[in-house]
Write a protein of this length. Structure first.
Ligand code: KG4
Ligand code: ZN
Length: 363
């Protein structure tokens, strides 16, 4: 069964075709260069750009894969959380296709799709603990099955990716800063005393990254020499000063260790078969190493998507949409977009009598 996936929740327009767990093809247009000038995503520009790109990407995907429109069995689309105007572009395009091809529509929770993304590369076993770290979210889940996610903890303010990007902005490092901080950090050992490890003095599984972000702003204010003079010179051959590398490494370590400790806490409380690390920030070298060490200590299998599958992509939407559809879940054409900060309703239409249709999942 062939499923088309559409992703437009933030600054990547992406379309993909899967046949079960086999990726037939994917095309992604990243708007990063456009937004980097502004130091972050400009929502209205992002939705306009999705509108420009989504149809041509779809046409090119059909051409590249040799799949004909009438071979597509179902359309899956990211329905939230994300930027409302951006989501509406993908959802409208998906609805148009479903209408014209007379095929079903599946709205996909973008966060759950991130956590299921590694399922394209390896088999997932449940129950699992999912740690989702992206630009907009940092959350821990108990995943009993691909259709049963229980939120254990989430950030009370900024997401880890936001903390990376905003710290980078204060250093005049281009957007998205997380990638650059990761790269610069590789040139120095972390100073464990430079930044506090955020929000550990409690017993919960929530996160908070606004404090460490502010600590960086103050550190830069007191050390103005750290600020990059020419952010355009940060190409692959760029080598940061030792001071800048140490700041990046220390900041990265504090975030990584805070994530590790909260994940360890979750593992103490829930017996699971594996840990799934996902989201754009899961591409971070120090975070991958730190969580790998924890998994080894706990003798628990760690699932991490490849770097390409960490960032926003339509393959994960298509894969998870396919899983949902084969389980009997789909939506009607009045599927709604859910912006950031709102609960995603579990509002699937299903023919299965034992599955509730209007149960709200906590986000
Ligand atoms: O999941 P994602 O692609 O988009 C959202 O749904 O938010 O995540 C984007 C975030 C950005 O904040 C970016 O700076 C961060 O992921 N990111 C990284 C790395 N690669 C991307 N952060 C730290 N280290 C990286 N290597
Ligand atoms: Zn994402």
């Amino acid at each position: 069964m062939i499923c088309l996936g559409i992703e437009s929740s933030c600054d990547e327009t992406s379309v993909a075709l899967v046949d079960g767990t086999v990726l037939l093809g994917q095309l992604t247009f990243s708007q990063v260069d456009m937004h980097s000038v502004f130091g972050g995503v400009v929502p209205e520009m992002a939705s306009r750009e999705h509108l420009n790109k989504v149809a041509p990407l779809y046409q090119n995907l059909l051409r590249d894969t040799g799949i004909r429109q009438n071979q597509i069995n179902v359309v899956a689309v990211a329905r939230g959380p994300g930027l409302l105007g951006c989501l509406l572009v993908g959802i409208s395009f998906a609805k148009g296709l479903c209408l014209s091809l007379n095929i079903p529509l599946v709205g996909v929770n973008h966060l759950h799709a991130h956590l299921m993304a590694p399922g394209m590369e390896q088999e997932l076993n449940f129950p699992a603990i999912g740690l989702l770290v992206s630009g907009g979210h940092t959350s821990l889940y108990l995943i009993n099955s691909p259709f049963d996610f229980k939120l254990l903890g989430k950030t009370l303010d900024d997401a880890a990716g936001e903390a990376f990007d905003k710290a980078a902005k204060s250093l005049n490092i281009p957007y998205p800063g997380g990638i650059f901080i990761d790269r610069f950090a590789s040139f120095a050992q972390p100073d464990h005393k430079m930044f506090p490890r955020p929000y550990l003095d409690n017993t919960n599984l929530d996160f908070s990254f606004s404090g460490i972000k502010t600590a960086m702003v103050y550190h830069v204010r007191d050390n103005p020499g750290l600020v990059l003079q020419n952010p355009t010179e940060t190409g692959p051959d760029f080598k940061p000063s030792e001071e800048l590398a140490t700041v990046c490494s220390s900041y990265n370590w504090s975030i990584a260790d805070s994530l590790r400790i909260k994940l360890k806490r979750a593992l103490d409380r829930h017996e699971v078969k594996e840990v799934i690390l996902a989201g754009g920030v899961a591409a971070n070298t120090m975070i991958r190493e730190s969580i790998s060490r924890l998994a080894m200590e706990r003798k628990i299998r760690l699932i991490m998507p490849s770097i390409a599958m960490c960032t926003d992509n339509a393959a994960m939407i298509a894969l998870y949409g396919h899983m949902l559809y084969t389980k009997g879940y789909h939506h009607s054409l009045n599927l709604e977009a859910v912006p950031r900060g709102r609960k995603i309703p579990w509002d699937y239409i299903t023919l299965m009598r034992d599955v509730p249709t209007t149960q709200f999942k906590q986000e």
